[in-house]
Design a protein around this ligand. Structure first.
Ligand code: UTP
Length: 610
């Protein structure tokens, strides 16, 4: 401390400020100076000048120091270590050989899937859901939070409502009916609007106490290989996001993970902000984790070699075995250097043997809490500086440490078991990440659009699949392109989670149904039964039943004008167009031309003959 103080007095101005600082501030400054951060305090104005800026600067340092486990000194030490490794170009996979991960393939919607769903459905009151929603969504460029975007525009259900509906459906099906914990990670960019949305909608029917909002904070940018914190200007740090891996740190430091464990929660399902189909996979994924004893279950899709999505691989070597996500740009060189001179090659079905990571994770709470305690929740940080030249001595712009939530298994030991569960793509992974122009360009180059229209199209496709599994005759329409982004015209089917969460439930409630390629069917309610119903042409049928309303629709042919897709004109798409932004990001809307609507908001038994 004495040494630091002496150094401090040498600095212009700070010595005269010193006595005005709290003990904590003095000690933090001394620690920072000892750790190579003199520049933060150099050239301080004398007291009386820029006092507010100085106070704000110190407050921001104190805040970061309190939020990051190990404080700012820990952050600087971690940065120096990772930057030194990056400079030597250390290969993180040195000594490892990739192998196929242990996997369960549930692409086929068969008895195996139903077997796992049946196990998982019994665990609904032991599962909590963690939604990471702190991202900026720069690729989508939406003016608002992504959670407020509609996943479908027939009824304009937002992602947040859709997720809440799934939690309500889970708890309605569990014996205890206990509220499913819902943890939402926000950032300072998304926090206020997320809270607003919850408040304005009365928490979408959830209890306020079951929702835990955790806010991730920004971390300081780093200017050089010595870990010097970067300044925007005097008295102002440059701050940057630390990545979605922050969720682990927050679940630890907030005590929420440990609390949920004490309350009997055994699994946490981690989902993203705009991946509508996540909950289709939940029952079966939980079943797989229970039966296989997985501590970490990565939900995945079959991946085409070279596709820009992380590959899940079992890395074997260095006396270890580690099933982990390998970023797609690292996978190919790793394969070439080890088992496959041709890189990532397709199997007989045309897929890579390394499934694509959906970043939907199912983590067993007992092992999770243990690992969080051991690591303080800091999960496999990495740094990705862009150097000015090959000497790797300077950066083009300040960098920062980052974390990704899927990297948790890097901290696993021999006793933790990691597996992969593969689902069909429309059933498990169809995020809305790209604006129309970028999505169209991705499609043109052979990749998935991951846009508003495709997310909606897949939303209906997954519900059509539920109908098919229930024996319905489903005519599927052709795929069209709207502004270069694919959309399947129909039938547009929404089976709300209140209606069915498992394939078996759909089968119990649907028999003898046939639906034409342009028709629309929306079912919302636990006790709706459809028996011998035909939807012809572009017909629309909507049935909504409150709890306790038992509705049977039978022996009917539905014949009306239903919903029509209308593409937006150039004018409507433009800045002057009055369509809401969630419509503009897909380029079409639906017009109700007379769909049949049956709504029951009183308990009772009802027969509908349309
Ligand atoms: P994305 O890859 O979609 O990133 O994040 P993003 O930051 O939201 O969007 P771009 O890259 O700017 O276009 C995957 C998930 O992780 C969350 C996102 O909200 C999304 O659910 N996320 C991302 C966080 O919660 N925090 C972060 O710091 C970054």
């Amino acid at each position: 401390m004495a040494h630091s103080f002496l150094e401090m007095v040498e600095m212009v101005g700070l010595s005269t400020d010193w006595s005005n600082l709290t003990d904590e501030q003095q000690s933090l400054i001394a620690d920072l100076v000892e750790n190579g951060q003199h520049h933060l305090f150099a050239g301080w104005d004398a007291p009386g000048t820029a006092d507010d800026e100085k106070a704000a600067f110190l407050a921001s340092l104190e805040k970061i120091n309190a939020n990051y486990p190990g404080g700012l000194v820990g952050y600087i030490a971690n940065a120096r270590k990772l930057l030194a490794e990056a400079k030597t170009g250390a290969n993180p996979f040195e000594g490892f050989t990739p192998e196929q991960p242990e996997k369960v393939d549930l692409n086929t919607f068969d008895a195996t899937m139903e077997h796992y769903e049946a196990i998982g459905a019994k665990q609904f009151d032991k599962v909590g859901v963690v939604l990471v929603a702190g991202g900026l969504g720069e690729r989508l460029g939406y003016n608002g939070i992504k959670l407020d975007i509609a996943v479908e525009v027939l009824e304009c259900t937002t992602y947040l409502k859709h997720y809440a509906d799934n939690l309500l459906a889970m708890q309605a099906r569990s014996e205890s009916q206990r509220p499913v914990p819902f943890i939402i990670m926000v950032s300072q960019d998304t926090g206020p609007k997320t809270r607003e949305s919850l408040e304005a909608n009365d928490y979408f029917g959830l209890e306020k106490e079951q929702v835990h909002i955790l806010q991730q904070e920004l971390v300081p940018a780093i200017a050089d290989n010595d870990g010097a914190l970067a300044l925007n200007k005097k008295y102002e740090l440059i701050l940057k996001p630390h990545g979605h891996g922050d969720i682990h740190m927050l679940l630890h430091t907030s005590g929420v993970a440990a609390k949920l464990q004490r309350e009997g929660i055994e699994y946490l399902m981690f989902i993203q902000d705009t991946n509508g189909p996540s909950f289709n996979t939940l029952p079966a994924a939980v079943g797989v984790s229970v039966e296989k004893g997985y501590d970490f279950n990565s939900l995945a899709i079959n991946r085409i070699p070279g596709e820009a999505v992380g590959g899940l691989a079992k890395l074997v070597g260095n006396g270890k075995e580690l099933t982990i996500n390998v970023e797609y740009n690292q996978l190919d060189p790793l394969l070439r250097a080890t088992i496959s001179p041709e890189g990532d090659v397709p199997n007989e079905e045309g897929f890579s043997v390394f499934p694509g990571n959906c970043n939907t994770l199912l983590i067993r709470v007992a092992s999770y809490v243990r690992i969080l305690e051991a690591s303080q929740g800091i999960i496999a940080e990495f740094v990705n500086p862009k150097y000015t030249d090959d000497t790797k001595s300077a950066f083009k712009k300040p960098t920062r440490l980052e974390t990704m939530m899927q990297d948790l298994p890097k901290l696993f030991g021999e006793s933790e078991k990691v597996g992969v569960t593969i689902f069909s793509r429309m059933w498990s992974f169809s995020p809305n990440k790209n604006n129309i122009a970028d999505a169209a360009a991705k499609v043109a180059s052979g990749g998935p659009a991951d846009a508003g229209a495709t997310a909606e199209s897949d939303f209906y496709a997954a519900c059509r699949k539920r109908l098919e599994v229930a024996g319905a005759k489903v005519e599927t329409a052709e795929e069209i392109k709207i502004l270069g982004v694919p959309f399947t015209l129909g039938p547009k089917v929404i089976l709300r989670p209140s209606f069915a969460m498992t394939l078996a439930e759909g089968r119990e409630k649907i028999s003898g149904v046939s639906i034409s390629d342009r028709a629309t069917l929306i079912l919302d309610g636990k006790d709706i039964v459809l028996k011998d119903v035909e939807l012809t042409g572009r017909s629309g049928l909507i049935v909504k039943a409150c709890d306790g309303a038992k509705v049977t629709v039978s022996g009917s042919t539905i014949d009306n004008e239903g919903f029509k897709l209308v593409e937006l004109t150039e004018e409507e798409m433009g800045p002057g167009g009055d369509a809401p932004e969630y419509i503009k990001i897909r380029g079409y809307r639906f017009e109700d031309r007379g769909a049949a609507l049956y709504e029951f908001d009183e308990p009772g038994e009802y027969e509908v003959e349309a």
